[in-house]
Design a protein around this ligand. Sequence first.
Ligand code: DOR
Ligand code: ZN
Length: 350
Amino acid sequence: MTTTRLTIIRPDDWHVHLRDEAMLQMALPWTARTFGRAIVMPNLDPPVTTAAQAAAYRDRIRRVLPDGSRFEPLMTCFLTDETGPEDIARGFAERVLTAVKMYPARSTTNSAAGVTDFRRVYRVLERMQAVGMPLLIHGEVADQETDVFDREKAFIDRVLVRLRADFPALRIVLEHITTAEAVDYVQDAAGPIGATITAHHLMINRNAMFAGGIRPHMYCLPVAKRESHRLALRKAAISGDPRFFLGTDSAPHLIQDKESACGCAGIFTAPLALELYAQVFEEERALDRLAAFASLNGARFYGLPPNTEAVTLVQSPWQPPELLPVGEADQVRVFCPEGKARWRLLEPAD
Ligand code: DOR
Ligand code: ZN
């Protein structure tokens, strides 16, 4: 019998870009409609680098939340060569900060201030390891000589292996993994490591960027890889292995910033992210494992209880908005590779 209705514990998004100002006003209600909590990325321009800035950003997010929403933003701080261990540890103890995000310098959007050499942040990592604070990693080397499709594997080989040898008890999330090598590494590693997987990396391979022409809305970082990697990601997501959990990396950019001679990296999935994951799990005949991936594994990694509410998805094709307005004059494009979504999240009024 085919499942047409599925109720699961309300999921969390363990990696999302909510942005600020008009973009925040557009993006936040979509994330808050579905997810109980979300790990909020700090790569604003300029980035959120201190606990005080994270607290101020959290206030701005809370002010934009729809009335009655119980959504909880979990804040992160952007690691730079200059980050001090004290501020980070205090922010964690005071529950302003949930984690620290490490971008190799110039690896992606607004990451110019990222870490230039991992030895420069060893004091911070030591402290984080001591207090049990998670390190979230954009796992790509940033050197332009390395082939763009090899940068995740190169990061694991050249940086992550050494970093984990030096900090075996540091809690690490390898964010938005895109390769079979990352799946294997996380699966087999000893110690506290997890990985997030996006909906778009489960749905598209690198051909999507070149289907009939250049497709800027299919471009994100890490860039989608070949089909064998997408299949490995699907296997990991549906495996039930507690190390793999949902992180959308939903990353809105204005249309003119995507459709440009130098278009930004980022795919905006927030309006239908859970629905897309449900489609993937259905295709894999693994709907019974969606709750582990979306609602349980991440919370467990972060040492948080699962949400207490539930959400219901029904199989009922619908047309998500293609474009959403941002402020008076701008728009973002919503990712929906098939034009229609097969699953729909029931709203409280349904
Ligand atoms: O595609 C991406 N977009 N990857 C990232 O790492 C950053 C993100 C963004 O902020 O736009
Ligand atoms: Zn991201």
